[in-house]
Design a binder for this molecule. Structure first.
Ligand code: HEM
Length: 410
């Protein structure tokens, strides 16, 4: 059975399959040459595993915006029973995995909290959070850029949005890590158990938060959802959990990939420090060239969807390799080069497109820009200080551990 991002199958079928790279246990640190091999075979490449792989920018973009395509939770796609029936899963039960019109009903309730205006109002707070973590690194000469910086900023910001107290940030980090790791599918019974424990603990915790907000209303995300009054308890849990699941590791990896990219491009690194106006486009180019989320999937909802003029049978997964579309030479000149002045960097598909376009894109862009600028301003001689360890994931890309050395100013 094959489903959105999670695949279970016989190993023998992997041989010679261009889609196999998506599901093989993590091996390569560089997926981009593999995308080019798929691109060389055509705009739509059928995989022996029954998927259609799309690297072409226009086609990826068209599928994501086409109402004939939609999403479906794994549990509706013949996935093996993970023993999570009845439990709320923040990805699968949230609007990320609902189609219109249900999708719009749920998304509209939280979308006012993510407007450009709302983001602008949070800017000073985010700068203060970033500076706070950098202050804690003062005097250090070596640290793990991911564990001690990149992973801490997004959790703090999501906890801020949800009204979660500082004492719970460590547990939120653990839950968010397990949820992100589950996107690639379940590799072992131990991982299934861990997911079950995480769902139970996270939902208990969020239910407590919701009860507390009912008793003492306020204007954070949970308060806002309760004030709307139309969401069921399960929808409240799924929507709050979604913000953790969607907003945490993604942003950690934007910062991690951004640091690696800027270390390899000293001129851009200097510019992000000297010229605040250049930051936005540098962040867009980082998002284009090395996306935290490498691909997504859609299904033909009623069997009427077409791909490059040909019908797609209902239930056949179409894998949109957005990280490859971001390097489509028909849209991006010299696509493998990091070019901070690229005029159309922002056209990347890293935040998807269509109705599921990332709700947190504005927040992520702002967090990424603030974090990278402040980091390199504080540590002008920051350099890699050990072996960079990559995440064992195909979907989520970025460093898991990034040891750095700095000459710290006290
Ligand atoms: C959806 C990427 C940060 C909240 C998505 C999707 C992508 C994505 C690709 C759509 C998936 C699809 O179409 O199948 C990213 C990246 C981020 C990031 C690369 C960081 C660099 C955030 C943040 C938040 C957030 C910070 C909020 C705190 C959401 C939500 C959805 C979503 C709520 C569901 C939208 C919908 O289904 O209508 N994100 N995201 N994301 N993201 Fe993000």
């Amino acid at each position: 059975a094959i489903a959105m991002g999670k695949v279970v199958l016989g190993w023998f079928r992997l041989l010679d399959d261009p889609g196999a790279m998506l599901i093989r246990p993590f091996q390569s640190i560089d997926p981009y040459p593999q995308y080019e091999r798929i691109r060389a075979r055509g705009k739509v490449v059928p995989s022996k595993l029954g998927m259609l792989l799309v690297t072409d920018y226009e086609l990826c973009s068209a599928v994501l915006r086409d109402p004939a395509y939609g999403v479906a939770p794994n549990r509706e796609l013949g996935q093996p029973d993970l023993g999570i029936d009845g439990m709320v899963h923040p990805l699968e039960d949230s609007f990320l995995f609902h189609n219109p019109p249900e999708h719009g009903r749920l998304r509209r309730i939280v979308s006012p909290l993510f407007t450009p205006r709302a983001m602008h109002d949070r800017q000073a707070r985010i700068e203060a959070i970033v500076d706070g973590f950098l202050d804690q690194l003062a005097g250090r000469e070596e640290f793990d850029l991911v564990g001690e910086f990149a992973a801490r900023v997004p959790i703090k910001i999501i906890c801020d949005l949800l009204g979660v107290p500082d004492a719970e940030h460590r547990r939120m980090t653990e839950w968010g890590t397990t949820l992100a790791a589950s996107i690639d599918g379940m590799g072992s019974i131990a991982q299934v158990r861990e997911l079950r424990t995480t769902l139970r603990e996270l939902n208990d915790f969020l239910a407590g938060m919701i009860a507390q907000h009912r008793a003492e209303p306020n204007d954070d995300v949970i308060g806002h959802m309760l004030a709307d009054g139309s969401l069921t308890e399960r929808e409240l849990l799924a929507t709050s959990g979604l913000l953790l699941a969607a907003g945490f590791e993604t942003t950690v990896n934007l910062i991690g990939n951004g640091v690696l990219t800027l270390l390899a491009n000293p001129a851009a690194r200097q510019r992000i420090v000297d010229d605040p106006d250049a930051t936005d486009n540098i962040v867009e180019e980082i998002l284009r060239l090395d996306p935290p989320i490498q691909y997504t999937a859609r299904l033909s909802l009623d069997g009427k969807a077409k791909l490059a003029g040909r019908p797609v049978p209902a239930g056949k997964p179409v894998i949109l390799l957005t990280a490859a579309a971001n390097r489509d030479p028909a849209v991006f000149e010299d696509p493998h080069r990091f070019n901070p002045d690229r005029p159309n960097a922002r056209e990347h598909l890293t935040f998807s497109s269509g109705v599921h376009y990332c709700l947190g894109a504005g927040l992520a862009r702002m967090e990424g820009g603030i974090a990278l600028r402040a980091l390199f301003r504080r540590f002008p001689d920051l350099r890699v200080g050990g072996t960079v360890q990559r995440r064992p994931s195909r979907v989520v890309r970025g460093p898991l551990r990034l040891p750095v050395r700095v000459t710290s100013r006290q």
